[in-house]
Design a protein around this ligand. Structure first.
Ligand code: CA
Length: 284
């Protein structure tokens, strides 16, 4: 996004009448973590402490339609998903503040560790002046992100309140705080009307179900989880192509176990009737 210009971190303005430009509305999802600054130390600005800028705000904009960058059993990276991180500590009337805005060009690495309901995300960031920064967020009672159907999602789809440790340090600047509110703003990427917990954020919204190049007389209905019938079959195709990468596995087309099970699953969920089961089975 061209609007996400990188700005230098640690711009301290005292009793200023101007503020950093507000971010334009973006198509990205966002998480806004707001709370109280519990500790702030900055040797250059000796009077800056947690009493001077008692409120903090972290805004994370991310693309929830991308799969996580990397994923192992206990470690997952959302580096490619994160598009913007905005940090701010301020006083109540916003006349004194410290802020830093980072876009993707600032992000060097990110690591997320998840242990039960506790998740720690550490970002290392840098600016054009060679400054290095580190931001870590540790959730205490709710995950910040998780992967659903291979896409990155915040767990709480509308809003949540929890305690988050917030640590931000570079050189001799250090601050920490605990959040009071966590607000998640989700974008309806596929415009299917299901925003919270859309398990298929980029749905195939074709009018009719088509299989193997043939359009069936069955409407491509949308399930309550945000997945259409076509999404369900698309997930099978992805699985099938993964399985066919092995040398000895023959490439084959037509009905796979996954697709057959998908038909009966759609029937059990009440998405299709039995007549439609027969039509889909014969089309596979
Ligand atoms: Ca959807």
């Amino acid at each position: 996004m061209t609007l996400l210009k990188k700005q230098l971190l640690a711009t301290a303005v005292i009793a200023s009448s101007f503020a950093p430009a507000a971010l334009a509305t973006t198509p990205y999802d966002s998480i806004i973590i707001e709370g109280n600054t519990s500790f702030l130390e900055w040797n250059i600005q000796g009077d800056y402490n947690a009493n001077v800028v008692p409120l903090f705000r972290v805004e994370i904009q991310f693309d929830g339609t991308l799969p996580p960058t990397t994923s192992t059993s206990n470690e997952i990276s959302y580096l490619d998903n994160i598009k913007f991180i905005g940090l701010r500590a301020q006083n109540a009337d916003n006349t004194r503040y410290v802020f830093g805005d980072f876009d993707t060009s600032s992000m060097d690495s990110e690591t997320t560790y998840t242990d039960g309901a506790t998740q720690t995300i550490v970002w290392t960031l840098s600016d054009n002046n060679g400054h290095d920064y580190e931001l870590s967020l540790t959730s205490i009672d709710a995950l910040i992100f998780e992967a659903i159907n291979g896409n990155a999602f915040p767990v709480n789809s509308t809003s949540a309140t929890g305690e988050f440790d917030f640590v931000f340090g570079f050189e001799t600047f250090f601050m920490s705080g605990i959040s009071e509110t966590i607000t998640v703003n989700l974008t309806d990427h596929d415009e299917d009307g299901i925003i919270a917990g859309d398990a298929c954020p980029m749905s195939n919204l074709a009018t009719m179900v088509s299989l193997n190049g043939t359009t069936t007389p069955i409407q491509n209905r949308l399930g309550e989880n945000g997945c259409t019938i076509m999404d369900v079959f698309a997930a099978c195709e992805a699985e099938q192509s993964e399985q066919q990468t092995g040398f000895f596995q023959p490439a084959y087309r037509g009905s796979s176990y996954c697709e057959t099970q998908a038909v009966y699953s759609l029937y059990r969920d009440g998405v299709i009737n039995y007549n439609e089961v027969r039509i889909l089975r014969s089309a596979l």
